[in-house]
Design a protein around this ligand. Structure first.
Ligand SMILES: NC(=O)c1ccc[n+]([C@@H]2O[C@H](COP(=O)([O-])OP(=O)(O)OC[C@H]3O[C@@H](n4cnc5c(N)ncnc54)[C@H](OP(=O)(O)O)[C@@H]3O)[C@@H](O)[C@H]2O)c1
Length: 302
């Protein structure tokens, strides 16, 4: 009989890809979704062969029943305290009551085990949830993947293609970790089906410094990319504090200052992933930063 994996957040970007990767690996996948989830997203999951358990996360009996029979409950939920702490706590209690042996929380981030509390609001929420998780009778595994590599050609204020600059704070030679959403999903699916995972798994499709990113962007585009040092980490901290005061954005998962908090953590070096578990599962071919930048270049040419 195939293993049953319960996935929370399967209607989202990463969770949907994890569900797909689990189905491809022969798992029986049950998406636990909130009442009122978009019907088209549920239909897409059902077409993949995923079964749907629609629950009120405020009802312990409904969550427990949705978790029953699973070998792992996996979360790819996204949100603020009400989701990352409260909804995940409801999911955790359901998993424990249903005697599910394993739980994967919605982390998929830079390594925050060495980052002091108070430096990154979104990661502090995950740390708060870990305190609940680590006190319950379930074997927990966090996947750390650095930044999603797609952010290099999207929202991350690092490679400024228009100005042919790479912006950095502090040390131009500090390496940072990047993994695509797809590679993170495939690895996470393998980890969900692996009964002997440790508390933390660390993966990176690529590891580059700002200086290496500038050289790479130059090679891929054929144009020269210069370095632009915006300031030191102390100055970045002061800008974050000011931005939080001016625009607290308490309900926004990614206000501008939140992005700056991730930048500070990445340039600070303590979020660096090591050693890597990339080789733990065979058959994963890791997408590099060059692949991501080349795909952007190819689509710009069309
Ligand atoms: N490392 C990185 O650079 C990076 C970047 C982005 C994300 N991530 C991480 O990846 C994980 C998933 O993020 P994502 O971008 O895939 O998220 P997403 O696409 O926004 O999906 C969020 C999921 O959470 C569900 N959800 C939100 N609030 C809920 C609630 N109150 N009750 C029940 N379900 C709720 C959504 O369900 P509905 O469809 O019902 O709304 C959806 O399935 C998060 O841990 C996030 O921090 C990492």
């Amino acid at each position: 009989m195939s293993a049953t994996i319960v996935v929370a957040g399967a209607t989202g970007n990463l969770g949907g890809r994890i569900a797909r990767a689990l189905v491809a690996r022969g798992a029986s996948v049950r998406a636990i979704v909130r009442r009122g989830a978009a019907p088209d997203k549920l239909e897409r999951l059902q077409k993949l062969g995923v079964s749907i358990a629609s629950v009120d996360f405020g009802s312990p009996s409904q969550v427990t029943s949705a978790c029953s029979g699973a070998s792992c409950v996996l979360s790819a939920l996204q949100g603020l305290r009400d989701v990352i702490v409260d909804t995940q706590a409801a999911l955790l209690e359901g998993a424990v009551k249903a005697e599910v042996p394993r739980f994967i929380p919605s982390d998929y981030s830079i390594d925050f085990t060495q980052i002091p509390p108070g430096q990154n609001r979104n990661l502090d929420l995950r740390r708060d949830f870990h305190r609940l998780l680590d006190g319950r009778p379930v074997s927990a595994t966090t996947i750390f993947c650095g930044a999603f590599a797609e952010l290099l050609t999207g929202q991350a204020p690092l490679i400024l293609f228009k100005w042919r600059r790479v912006l950095y704070w502090g040390d131009a030679d500090q390496r940072m970790d990047f993994t695509t959403v797809g590679d993170t999903a495939v690895f996470t699916a393998s980890a969900a089906l692996d009964p002997s995972t440790p508390r933390f798994l660390r993966i990176a499709g690529d590891q580059l410094s700002a200086r290496e990113l500038a050289a790479l962007a130059g090679e891929v585009t054929g144009e020269k990319f210069r370095m632009f040092r915006a300031g030191g980490l102390g100055m970045l901290g002061a800008i974050i504090a000011l931005a939080r005061t001016v625009a607290p954005a308490k309900r926004d998962v990614f206000p501008a200052w939140q992005g700056m908090q991730y930048m500070r953590n990445m340039f600070d070096g303590r979020a660096k992933l090591a050693p890597l578990d990339n080789d733990r599962y065979p058959g994963i071919s890791w997408t590099t930063a060059r692949d991501v930048l080349s795909a952007r270049q190819a689509s710009a040419a069309h």
